[in-house]
Design a protein around this ligand. Structure first.
Ligand code: ACM
Length: 683
């Protein structure tokens, strides 16, 4: 193996002059369990960089090394050797893997690794291929550059996850999300060391998996948008390559309209049924008293059990209100005859029958909170969307559990909210043994309001913060530092092909009908879509509505707003940052100029007219900001009247319009408050 030692040496010597003291391992996400910085020279990443294997190797590991080299090339613009078959003694990165681990990843598999970087080499040691995959992601995140070139500072990282279940659920039913969406999101999951793809495949609004046994399920329940079994296998293989399990969900007995389009005889009311186009909770439910239901489920779940290799199968079980059951005299008679006292007990009966079917097919049952009843067998896993308390209660009763309450990324809340939610909070009432039953958590991407074009922006980068919560030690909780690293993570995710940022330009150009979108970018940098369930309340739409408007271009955690807030606070602080004022002035001038223009152009644009007031609001935010900055005790804006008018206007601007809201209002109020005080004191 040829190494251009002279080049590397020159590089290292140069590097050692300027930066040997510069040690930066703080950009990692998720933060590893243990990081010890070394004090030697860095490892140079030059065009002679090479990867080789010292221990076990197989196709999965080789493919992962190949992908790593490609990513490193894109990042460094260096043409690197693709060969991984060279002499490990001469390689820059040696991957020393003890054994294959499980070819299809399993819950609880050893994902640990140790990464030791010195000036001469990096050694990645792992007991399993999955551990090596995790370590490769860390290595890539360690690469940094300066005037001398790219390098990795010396370090010893010993890492393993806090929780074994670190998932992302994608609902492909409300809005179908085709293969490229799933694949790129699996890439992103792997980049932040997530290991469970929970595939929400059936809903009122769509039945998205091919059944060869009951083809009416997917042909009539999907508008033609479903995954063939070959495609399912392709996704499972793609996920396994990246150390990610695939857990399918077939939601029942409620959320079942799409099942009944092709099989109305399984419903609790006669039908006919049509694919649901609205968001919400609907009545159609499988009939738990009908033996034909269990016959179909036995064959269908058997078919799915053979298709999906993971040990776990999710049966949903949420939000069944039993209204069809209440109205069906035969169901009522069945309940009376069998001493089933209410719908909850009837669902428990249903779950017991489904549990027996899943056991027969070798699967472990998992379901949302609603399936939890005292007599539920202990080997059923509870997936909590209702809260940590529900999860704790299940753990106390002996169930394994996974948390999603607090990780509902469809609700557009800031990453900081999700980040601080812990599956096992510090005040958890659980004993040590009970805590071990909490397997981890899952971010949930419900797809009422996402299209393949926008979905990345609703998942990323916030899911990286959730991934860190689930991987890193519990005391990693610095929100400001999380956001700093999240910004870096966004760039890394773009290197993987994620569209969480790029889609926005496309959408804005389409809306504007123009390449000139600078003013719209200013606007969307400080607005967000309304949160929680307000979007539907403010603008009711069906699942067929286009998701291509201003609200879709706006992203959660609007970064312009976050930066503005930091800047305003730096200006307000007792030990004022003197650079803040000119930067604030520039910001306000831009808001005023762009807002003035947008107030006119949006009003003339049918696709943007609904949000034209946001343009006028942006203009006024700029104006108020400039007046506030001018408050030096002599200007007219120092008056009480000015202050009252400014606050009133900010209140008005803070109200949602076009289902979007400014997220700079609180920071603006702090600024106005502070500058009025300066003004009053100076008078
Ligand atoms: C759920 O949000 N109904 C699981």
């Amino acid at each position: 193996m040829k190494r251009t030692l002279s080049g590397s040496l020159v590089f290292i010597l140069l590097l050692s002059i300027g930066v040997s003291a510069q040690v930066k391992h703080t950009d990692l996400m998720p933060i590893p369990a243990s990081v010890e910085s070394g004090d030697g020279l860095p490892l140079g990443i030059t065009k002679s960089f090479s990867v080789a294997f010292a221990g076990h190797t197989d196709d999965r590991l080789k493919a992962a090394a190949g992908r790593m080299i490609e990513r490193l090339q894109r990042q460094t613009v260096l043409e690197l050797s693709r060969s991984t078959s060279g002499d490990p003694a001469a390689a820059s990165l040696v991957i020393d893997c003890k054994g294959p681990g499980s070819a299809v990843p399993k819950l609880g598999e050893d994902e640990s690794y140790t990464l030791t970087v010195t000036a001469s080499r990096a050694v990645l040691a792992a007991p399993t291929v999955t551990g090596a995959l995790r370590g490769i992601e860390t290595f890539l995140q360690l690469v940094q550059g300066n005037r001398y070139g790219f390098f990795v500072s010396p370090v010893v990282i010993k890492d393993s996850p806090r929780f074994p279940w670190r998932g992302l659920m994608i609902d492909v039913a409300r809005h179908f999300q085709p293969i490229p969406v799933i694949k790129r999101n699996l890439d992103a999951m792997a980049a932040v060391k997530m290991n469970v793809f929970h595939w929400h495949l059936t809903e009122d609004q769509g039945f998205r998996v091919e059944s060869k046994k009951f083809p009416r399920l997917h042909t009539l329940g999907s508008d033609g948008n479903f995954f063939t079994q070959e495609e399912v296998k392709e996704i499972i293989a793609y996920a396994a390559e990246r150390g990610i399990r695939v857990v399918p969900e077939f939601d029942m007995p409620g959320h079942a309209t799409a099942w009944l389009v092709g099989h109305p005889e399984l419903g609790s009311a006669p039908g006919p049924y049509e694919i649901e186009r609205q968001p919400g909770i609907f009545e159609p439910a499988l009939d738990p008293t009908n033996e034909e239901v269990y016959k179909l489920l036995d064959v269908f779940l058997g078919e799915m059990a053979a298709l999906f290799p993971d040990a776990y199968m999710h049966i949903g079980g949420d939000e069944n209100e039993g209204k069809q059951w209440d109205r069906n005299p035969e169901i009522q008679a069945f309940m009376q005859k069998n001493g089933i006292k209410d719908n909850h007990a009837l669902q428990a009966y249903f779950n017991k029958r489904v549990l027996a079917i899943l056991k027969k097919h070798g699967k472990i049952m998992m379901g949302w909170d609603e399936i939890f009843v005292p007599e539920l067998p202990k080997d059923v896993v509870i997936h909590s969307w209702r809260g940590q308390e529900a999860l704790a209660a299940a753990a106390q009763k002996g169930h394994l559990g996974v948390l999603s309450n607090g990780y509902y990324i469809d609700l557009i809340q800031p990453a900081s909210d999700h980040y601080l939610v812990d599956p096992v909070p510090s005040d958890s009432p659980l004993t040590a043994d009970e805590k071990k039953r909490v397997l981890g958590g899952e971010a949930t991407m419900w797809s009422e309001w996402v299209s393949p074009e926008t979905i990345d922006s609703r998942i990323w980068p916030r899911t990286a913060a959730i991934a860190e919560r689930l991987w890193s030690p519990a005391d990693v909780r610095d929100v400001k530092d999380m956001y700093r690293r999240l910004d870096i993570m966004e760039v890394r995710l773009e290197n993987l092909g994620l569209m969480h940022r790029s889609y926005q330009n496309t959408l804005l150009r389409r809306l504007a009908g123009s390449l000139d979108i600078a003013d719209l970018k200013t606007l969307v940098s400080v607005i967000e879509p309304v949160k929680l369930y307000q979007r539907y309340q403010q603008r009711p739409q069906t699942m067929l509505a286009p998701l291509t408007g201003l609200i879709d271009a706006a992203r959660p955690d609007a970064e312009g707003a976050r930066r503005f807030s930091y800047l305003a606070d730096a200006f307000i602080a007792e030990d004022q940052d003197k650079t803040a004022k000119p930067l604030l002035r520039m910001t306000f001038e831009r808001w005023q100029t762009d807002g003035t223009r947008l107030a006119v152009t949006m009003n003339e644009n049918p696709a943007l007219k609904e949000g034209a007031q946001l343009g006028a609001d942006l203009r006024d935010l700029g104006k108020i900001g400039l007046e506030a900055l001018a408050n030096d005790g002599s200007s007219a804006s120092a008056s009480k009247e000015w202050y009252a008018a400014a606050i009133a206007r900010l209140e008005e601007i803070g109200k949602p319009k076009a289902a979007c809201e400014f997220v700079v209002i609180e920071a603006m109020k702090r600024l106005v408050n502070k500058t009025s005080k300066i003004a009053v004191a100076a008078q």
